[in-house]
Every structure is written in structure tokens, then in C-alpha cells.
Design a protein around this ligand. Structure first.
Ligand SMILES: [Zn+2]
Length: 153
């Protein structure tokens, strides 16, 4: 129910002018009852709005906190390095262009380990992954060199 502020205002105004005439007491009583009703409506509405406002302020605080957390996560996502395919494997590159140390498996994207293996005739340096991927050191170094001169210069 809307608050009849004009009823309250006019009721008080009429009451003031009705006090001049003693015969208008019943009318004055009627107007004051009307003003009283409207003040009750106003009081109820004020309580409802106060509760609603309190809920909205609480919700707003939560949303502001979530917004800050999401902005923070978004900034971290932008800063996280991306995988770049260099042929035999992946490398990680930051948005700034800086290439991070290490080579990554093209199958499972785990960082590759390095070791020297005996082929039966000579020893060979190889990058390998636990998933079974393996590539010679020379091939990966060549791909890395081509990649940095072609794409990152
Ligand atoms: Zn792997």
C-alpha cells in the first residue's frame, strides 16, 4: 500500500485550520484518524524498506568481495604463461614474451626431463616424459632455435 503523504500533510493542515471553529471537532477527529492510519502505513513501509535496504547492503558487500576476487583471478589468468607448440614439444611463454625455462610434453604437457642414453654405439642426450614421449636433445634445440628466431624476435 502506498503511503498517503498528501493525506497526512493535508490532514494536519486542515486540523490546524479546524481548531479555529469549535463546531468542527467531529471533522477534526475524522481527519486525525485518517492521518494516524497513514502514519501507521508509513511506519510499516519504513520498516520494510529498512529491512530490504539492510539485505541489499549485505548482498552488495558480498558482490563487491566476489568482484575483487574475480578481478584478481582474471589478472592472474592473464599473467599465466601459455603453451606454444615448437614442433617436437611445447614451451611456455608469458604474455610479456618472456620464454620460461623448460620443455613440455606434446602429449600430456608435463615438463620434460633430460638424460643421456646409450644407443649401443654412442651416448645421446634426450628429453623424455613419463608418458613415453622422447625426443633427441639436438632436434629440440634446433626447433627452439628456429622458433625463437622466427616467432619471437
Ligand atoms: Zn608426456
Amino acid at each position: 500500500m502506498d503511503i498517503g503523504f498528501s493525506v497526512i500533510y493535508n490532514g494536519i493542515k486542515d486540523a490546524i485550520s479546524l481548531t479555529k471553529d469549535a463546531n468542527s471537532l467531529p471533522v477534526l477527529r475524522e481527519r486525525m484518524a485518517l492521518v494516524q492510519d497513514q502514519l501507521r502505513v508509513a511506519e510499516k513501509k519504513y520498516s520494510e524498506l529498512e529491512a530490504e535496504n539492510s539485505d541489499l547492503l549485505r548482498e552488495n558487500r558480498i558482490l563487491r568481495k566476489e568482484k575483487i576476487e574475480l578481478e584478481d583471478r582474471l589478472n592472474k589468468l592473464d599473467a599465466s604463461p601459455l603453451f606454444v607448440d615448437i614442433g617436437p614439444c611445447f614451451i611456455k611463454k608469458e604474455k610479456s614474451g618472456r620464454i620460461l625455462d623448460g620443455f613440455y610434453c606434446p602429449k600430456c604437457r608435463t615438463i620434460l626431463e633430460f638424460d643421456t642414453f646409450w644407443t649401443g654405439e654412442h651416448s645421446e642426450g634426450r628429453y623424455y616424459c613419463r608418458c613415453g614421449f622422447s625426443h633427441p636433445y639436438d632436434v629440440i634445440m634446433k626447433a627452439m632455435k628456429n622458433c625463437t628466431t622466427e616467432n619471437f624476435s
